[in-house]
Ligand binder design. Structure first.
Ligand code: ARG
Length: 579
């Protein structure tokens, strides 16, 4: 595997330059595979050696490259060494390459391919809280919530694969004036029967109606304030209605998350921290950080010169707390309760300032762990619509993805007989949604496009699923062929080598994703893997080949297929076996 080769090359370099071999590991990387022409497998960056002080940073880089390359000798493991443009490239012995890359798939290591790489050992491990999705009760579940849900799930999956103890947390918007309105509105527009039948829809209906009413009806506003006050004072009738709203909402969401293959360890929410939020205000006060504004609100001065040119409000003039106050309390509480090593918040970029302020105040409160908190922001999705119109509920998006995919499958000639076509359509549809979302940098906005994301041939989630299903069917159809052992010298064709060279990059891709938490590296990797698999599959038939050739090829395809599946799962896609 990749680390095996990196280590061997580093040893060679260490011996030649009389340095510790470890110093070379970070400068080595796999060369991107080329479908058509032969290429080397690894490259060493001379620039990296210069910046780490192994080579002098003055002097001509090309001469340095040539010079070092000339000192290195070929051997039974390294077939070729060349210098090119500030890099030294290494071509490994072909048979050894095939053997080493495919070795883990014969044993029970297929699931962990790439994951126990030396490269990933340098990453810190510990308890990671990932907070994502976090919709607001009774309000719309907008595209931003969908993005938060799938991105957060990807980050949680990735962190978990890399050996962290991950706590998946949903922080519901379950507190605030909207519950005053909802409580007041429910007695007028609500219906227990409808609430049971279609909770999310009904709560949203009531919420929309009462908001409209509140625009011109002062009585309803007063009723809302009264209701919220009752809530704040823990009055049982109000609390039990609120609780009912919360519980049925969580139940509904759990059901929809399950369709997405997503779960949460904890359903927390703003309401949990309403009393603690006042303690935080107290602490701010005792540290001399709380000021009273002219309007009578409690503020923290965040301006560098302390001239109140930039302040953050943490207390309303009526003594109630705000979104940020509850977030402050929640962060402190989570540190106490879970003692996390790292906490990641996933929301749209519109909340970037909020999190910056949050971290700033936590820091001022003396919480040194603040620098282990991170906000992962993402851009807007434009035009997410279904046939019914604008999206209000997550379920509508999933239904639409499934229906469209089911339709496409019924139109395609290659579609197989399936036990549960709806289930397959759902998984493929969700995969398509995820790939569309994860292709670019998270911060970029993008336009939602059903037709484009569901194309079977383009760089889509459908294409990944299709490739996976084809490989699974190849494996099923060759059940008698035993791929336990195989002859590596039978896999030296260019199409096979390029698949293997690509697999060498898997640990680097995971490493890169772990650094910046961007899914696009993995997406690009899996799409290219699928293209390479498709070429190899065309050029290297299993059926009709001599038994030993069939055996070797099957080993290649089942290895590639299992890496494809692992990668898809990290992205949050459930691979299908048939489509
Ligand atoms: N409920 C919020 C919203 O819908 C997102 C919460 C994000 N998390 C947080 N800790 N503030 O905008």
């Amino acid at each position: 595997m990749a680390c095996f080769f990196r280590r061997r090359i580093a040893e060679k370099l260490g011996r030649t330059l009389q340095q510790s071999e470890d110093a070379f590991i970070p400068a080595l990387s796999a060369v991107p595979a080329s479908k058509k022409q032969q290429s080397a497998d690894f490259k060493l960056s001379i620039n990296a050696l210069r910046s780490s002080g192994i080579l002098p940073s003055s002097g001509d880089i090309h001469l340095q490259t040539e010079d070092l390359a000339a000192q290195l000798t070929r051997d039974s493991m390294v077939e070729d060494i060349s210098a090119a443009g500030g890099f030294i490239t290494f071509k490994m012995n072909r048979t050894l390459l095939v053997q080493k890359v495919l070795e883990p798939f014969g044993k029970n290591y297929a699931q962990t391919f790439g994951l126990n790489s030396e490269l990933l050992n340098n990453l810190k491990r510990g308890t990671t809280i990932v907070e994502y999705s976090s919709p607001n009760i009774a309000k719309k579940f907008h595209a931003g919530h969908l993005r938060s849900t799938i991105i957060g799930n990807f980050i949680a999956n990735l962190k978990q694969s890399l050996g962290n103890n991950v706590i998946r947390m949903n922080y519901l918007g379950d507190w605030g004036m909207q519950f005053g309105l909802l409580g007041a509105g429910f007695s007028q527009f609500g219906c227990q029967e409808k609430l049971k039948q279609n909770p999310l829809q009904h709560l949203f209906e009531v919420y929309v109606k009462v908001n409209k009413e509140a625009e011109h009806n002062e009585d309803i506003n007063q009723a809302a304030r009264d209701f919220f006050k009752q809530l704040e004072q823990h009055e049982s009738e109000a609390v039990s209605l609120w609780q009912q709203f919360r519980e049925i909402t969580v139940d509904e969401y759990q059901h929809v998350y399950k369709r997405l293959g997503i779960h949460f360890d904890i359903y927390s929410g703003e309401s949990f921290h309403r009393d603690q939020a006042l303690d935080v205000v107290q602490q701010l006060q005792s540290r001399g950080l709380l000021k009273t504004s002219e309007e009578g609100t409690g503020v923290v001065d965040l301006s560098p010169d302390g001239d109140s040119s930039s302040v953050c409000t943490v207390l309303r003039s009526d003594g109630t707390t705000l979104y940020i106050t509850r977030d402050l309390a929640a962060a402190v509480h989570r540190k106490e309760k879970y003692n996390f090593d790292e906490m990641i918040y996933v929301t749209d970029k519109g909340q970037a300032d909020h999190f910056q302020q949050l971290f700033h105040i936590l820091h001022r409160l003396g919480h040194s762990w603040t620098d282990r908190c991170r906000h992962v922001p993402f851009g807007l999705v434009r035009g997410m619509k279904t046939r019914i119109g604008e999206v209000v509920f997550l379920e509508d998006v999933l239904d639409e993805a499934r229906a469209r995919m089911l339709h496409n499958m019924s139109q395609s000639r290659t579609t197989k007989e399936m036990d549960d076509p709806e289930d397959t359509a759902e998984k493929v549809g969700i995969g398509a949604l995820i790939i569309q979302d994860f292709k670019g940098p998270l911060l970029s906005d993008y336009k939602f496009d059903w037709d484009m994301m569901l194309q079977a041939k383009g760089d889509t989630g459908v294409f990944l699923q299709y490739t996976h299903a084809r490989m699974r069917s190849l494996i099923r159809n060759n059940e008698g062929v035993d791929a336990e052992t195989f002859d590596p010298s039978l896999l030296l064709e260019q199409t096979s080598i390029s698949v293997l060279q690509h697999l060498l990059r898997y640990d680097e891709v995971l490493y890169q994703s772990a650094q910046d938490l961007q899914p696009k590296h993995l997406v690009t990797f899996l799409l290219k893997l699928s293209h390479l698999i498709a070429s190899a599959h065309k050029a290297l038939p299993v059926k009709g080949s001599a038994p030993d050739v069939a055996q070797a090829r099957l080993r290649l395809f089942s290895g590639a297929c299992s890496v494809l599946a692992s990668g898809m799962k990290i992205l949050g896609i459930t691979p299908v076996d048939k489509m």
